[in-house]
Ligand binder design. Structure first.
Ligand SMILES: Nc1nc2c(c(=O)[nH]1)N[C@H]1C(S)=C(S)[C@@H](COP(=O)(O)O)O[C@H]1N2
Ligand SMILES: [Mo]
Length: 332
């Protein structure tokens, strides 16, 4: 069910889809029980998870300043991906191109001090210290289904607030049509920058209405803690109806513009990565089918279950109308 807001015409999830944190924790527990089928096995999972938390994560990341206030519903009925998978199977090419590279190398990233500059076609350009940006609005935990164009997916509890909150603060001018997200490119701390795989800095962009959509999350944490460096600390974008790469990590500048920006992946291979990059099971990537996906954590090999990929990654009710009348085969 959806409601339309009076002010800007964007669709918001109804409040019944926003579950309080207490209910969510029970539900997460319930899902684990359901997933394993046997209470004993579920308990074993809990136990090993606890052990993992103590051994593999001795330097537990700090609690998020500002904390979390609510959970937005969308994909919450699916099992949440284990923290270990979400933090060790990453794409962050500034730290190497293997999935395990970012977790190994990103410790060199210095996330303090950190400034995010917001400029371009806005009435109130500003430079935000990361501490101030975090406090700009109340943070929520949102469990989003994520899908990479390469064919794998995860379900991750992110923490942040709608990008719209920041956009409202800086007041875009009437001619602003796109928002560009420019990320850190630092030779001294990022070994991958020496390779030519992409044109640095890594840049992503959204149309203004996409950036304003309440689902678009300016993200500071995951699993109730600050982001691990490999997941894009100290601030990244999460756009759950688009392929993972639209979620720019370690953002240093947000620029409002009237022209469609050139994004990193589009520059590297325009025939493979379009500007929109909406998750769409009906439009294949030249090298990968987009019809199904492999959920990380399901296990590998022949017997791994394939999940059907959903239109707009399952968020069609919230975002579909933004693309009404557009040919999504052309605007892939
Ligand atoms: N700066 C930067 N951001 C990036 C990338 C990158 O290489 N550099 N990779 C993208 C890709 S391809 C994906 S799938 C997601 C992965 O996010 P995750 O590691 O948190 O799952 O980050 C995106 N953001
Ligand atoms: Mo990706």
């Amino acid at each position: 069910m959806l409601i339309k807001s009076h002010d800007n015409g964007f669709i918001h999830p109804v409040s019944s889809e926003i579950t309080p944190i207490s209910a969510y924790q029970n539900r997460r527990e319930l899902l684990r029980l359901m997933a394993t089928g046997v209470a004993g096995a579920a308990l074993a999972t809990w136990a090993s998870r606890e052990a993992f938390a103590q051994t593999v994560r001795p330097n537990k990341l700090g609690a998020l300043p500002g904390g979390k206030s609510a959970v937005a519903g969308a994909a919450t009925m699916e099992k949440v991906t284990d923290y270990k998978d979400a933090s060790t199977y990453n794409n962050y090419y500034e730290f190497g191109t293997d999935k395990s590279d970012p977790a190994e190398n990103a410790h060199t990233l210095k996330t303090k001090p950190w400034v995010v500059e917001v400029d371009g076609l806005v009435k109130k350009p500003a430079k935000y210290q990361i501490e101030d940006l975090i406090k700009l609005s109340a943070q929520e935990e949102r469990i989003y289904r994520m899908r990479c164009v390469e064919g794998w997916s995860m379900v991750i509890p992110w923490v942040g607030y709608s990008m719209a909150k920041l956009i409202e603060k800086v007041e875009p001018l009437g001619n602003a049509k796109y928002v560009e997200f420019i990320t850190l490119a630092d030779k001294a701390t990022m070994p991958g920058i020496n390779s030519r795989v992409l044109d640095w800095p890594y840049v992503e962009a959204l149309r203004l209405d996409e950036a304003m959509n309440p689902l678009t999350l300016l993200t500071f944490g995951m699993y109730g803690e600050v982001l691990p460096n490999q997941n894009g600390a100290p601030v990244r974008l999460v756009v759950p109806w688009k392929y993972g790469f639209k979620s720019a990590k370690s953002i240093v500048r947000i620029r409002f513009t009237d022209r469609e920006p050139k994004t990193a992946w589009n520059k590297s291979a325009a025939n493979e990565y379009g500007f929109y990059s909406n998750v769409n099971p009906n439009v294949d990537h030249p090298r990968w089918s987009q019809a199904t996906e492999r959920r990380i954590g399901d296990g590998a090999g022949l017997f791994a279950k394939k999940h059907k990929t959903l239109m707009f990654n399952g968020y069609e009710a919230q975002v579909g109308q933004m693309y009404a009348g557009m040919d999504l085969k052309k605007n892939f």
